[in-house]
Design a protein around this ligand. Sequence first.
Ligand code: HEM
Length: 459
Amino acid sequence: DDTGDSSIPYAKCASYPIVGHLFSFLRDRRKLFLECSKQYGDCFRIRMFNQYFTMILSHTDWTNVVRNSAFQFSATDFAVQIFDISRVFHGRSDYDADTHRLYIQHLKNREGLRPIVTQFVRQMRELIKNDKTILEKNGNTSEWISSGLLEFSHHMLYQPSTVALIGDTNPLDAEDDFRLFDTKFHYFLIPFPRWMASLLLSREFQARSRLNEFWPKTLDPPGSSQFHRDRLEMFSNHSQWMPDKDKAALQTAFFWASLGNTIPAVFWSLFYILRDPKAISTITEEINTHLPAVPLDGDEDWTPEQLDACVYLESAINETIRLVGTIFMTRKCIRDAQLILQDGRTVQFKEGENLAWFAGASHYSEKFFVKPNEFHFDRFLNKKADSVPGFMPFGGGKSICPGRFFAKFEIKACLAMLLRYMEYQIQDTQTIPTQMKARIGFGIAPPTKDIPIIYRYKS
Ligand code: HEM
């Protein structure tokens, strides 16, 4: 091979003729990267068909990549492939800047986020209240409800999150399509030829089209959030070049981004916290101290400040995300550049080359985390997650996830609601479920199968 800086070794392990590392990547990418790094260290190259990736696994080196404007997140490529957004977005720095500003205004600062968090907590309380009312009507209030922990996480988040972020779009009408699209989400990223993708993914393509059609009819739904309204206004400011079809596709993209990783994050957080007696007693006490026992049918709700005060819970969520949020972060070199690695090597990159980092390499490393394979709920206590070395589950640099603060509020509220208003039993907390291998790298992979729980409302 003659692509890329020849001083960087091509990882021969797990590579096959023609396809290169594609099969190993699809089968078990965690294993692929951890094995290659054992043999080749922090910097090596892999290949998928004819696409090379220079893996930069050192956290410090990757931080330099993320800060260097020669290496960019190719958001358009992903958006085209996954959400069918057209190429007109490519290089629209005006649009990127406006989107970024919107995120800063509404998602990345406390005051902007306040109405969204408040609405979310209210919607979640309403949801539980309605569920309980239905049981009462049937005279079954004290009956145990059977569910799965992942299904429960979905139920608790899906509607409240969507109503809070967008407005009352009747999200339940799009629920089946969301599920269908979401379970096959990772297939959209495989570089299949187009004809093959249409054959293999015809149902998912249809679900995606229906999701895209879902939005135009309800572009400004009842109770729409200020964030959503500002977003629509921003879209209309760009109407000259932005097709209507793309506005809907962007809506689907945001909708998926807001739930696709957060639902599994709730699942894993509940799982890890509820199976750990010390964590659960500390966090229960904390919740009892900071989150007042507001009645389900009242109109008082927990505030962002009260949720923020739950610092053990915050730590336990970060710790969960460390274990399950092992992302594969990529950058494309947009002009010839060089990178000086920590170990003194200088690597040359040509325009068009791909670079990548795998969070597992540091999330599971002794260098950064003592006993990295264990869950220590207080590991992140009073630490600012964004500046913990080796911890980058939300990406980095300009494209870092703008929803990460909201996601933590959602997880906190969900766990607190469960502890406050429900009794529950999880059948098996001994066996740690495996993550869906095909989803590892794209955020937070859900479990391969759901685990049964039963719950009922406290009287
Ligand atoms: C625990 C839950 C979540 C995880 C693990 C997660 C993870 C990520 C990651 C890894 C990225 C890509 C960053 C990069 O490549 O540099 C991303 C982007 C994004 N996330 Fe999240 N996310 C979560 C929750 C959310 C929520 C709740 C929202 C919405 C409120 C959201 C909205 C977005 C958006 C809009 C982007 C694209 C940003 C851009 O345009 O550059 N995410 N997320």
